[in-house]
Design a protein around this ligand. Structure first.
Ligand code: ADP
Ligand code: ADP
Length: 218
């Protein structure tokens, strides 16, 4: 089955805003794509539904063939932990923990022992080009390096899907290019990567774009 399948998905928030209107989307294994559109067009709502952080008002969301509506909150957290990596605009790293600790803690859900978590965290950081930053804390790293730590944390457990919400939004263009380069490498290594952006240039640099406007795919 596809990694992501949205069929007739509508999302109405309490208060009357309809953020998504009858959206269909199929994303296959190994795709790298952008969801692009202006502020308020429904990108974050779509990311929350694909990330199983929220449920649709109507329609079906399937992740790796699992119908989200058929799963309990507990089953959804398990699916999310095993299959989906998240990267946000605001890095969300633990300030008191070094790069290795930040990435290793992201593997707690696997039940792997401390040594094994550190081994896998180090491998992910090395692949992200941060082999010489393992014991640096977030405040000792540049913005681009922080975001690469966040990407390493998101992929250390080998997720099926990496969801990146405006991953370059807080970065200068050189650091942003470094982060996008890392996402391209992950794609080449087989990970399915979905990037949310309002930046046309970033969307144009990816193999597939889905454009949103007023809650619809256009
Ligand atoms: P984008 O990510 O493209 O900026 P959003 O999905 O955040 O778009 O928002 C789409 C619409 O839904 C906007 O009108 C926004 O104000 C509204 N919206 C988003 N989140 C909520 C919420 N939790 N409650 C009510 N309205 C929301
Ligand atoms: P292959 O074995 O097909 O050459 P690799 O596993 O070496 O693929 O990965 C190729 C690229 O993908 C690496 O250069 C790295 O940047 C990126 N990559 C793969 N896995 C990870 C990971 N877990 N964390 C960070 N980057 C990764």
């Amino acid at each position: 089955h596809p990694v992501i399948e949205l069929a007739g998905v509508t999302k109405a928030y309490p208060g009357g805003v309809t953020a998504l209107r009858s959206v269909d989307l199929v994303v296959g294994h190994g795709e790298l794509l952008a969801i692009v559109g202006p502020s308020g067009s429904g990108k974050s709502t779509m990311l929350n539904l694909i990330g199983t952080l929220d449920r649709p008002s109507q329609g079906t969301v399937r992740i790796d063939g699992h119908d989200v509506a058929a799963l309990s909150d507990r089953q959804l957290s398990a699916l999310r932990a095993r299959h989906i990596g998240f990267v946000f605009q605001q890095f969300h790293l633990a300030p008191g923990s070094d790069a290795l600790g930040n990435v290793a803690d992201g593997l707690l859900y696997t039940g792997a022992g401390k040594r094994e978590r550190k081994r896998r965290a180090e491998a992910a950081l090395v692949r992200a080009g941060l082999g010489d930053r393992l014991t640096h804390r977030p405040h000792q790293l540049s913005g681009g390096e922080r975001q690469r730590v966040a990407v390493a944390r998101a992929v250390a457990g080998d997720p099926l899907l990496l969801l990146a919400d405006e991953p370059t939004g807080n970065l200068d263009s050189a650091s942003g290019a470094g982060v996008m380069g890392l996402l391209h490498e992950l794609h080449k290594a087989g990970t399915t990567v979905l990037v949310i952006t309002h930046d046309r240039d970033i969307a144009d640099s990816l193999p597939r774009q889905v454009s949103m406007r007023d809650g619809r795919v256009v």
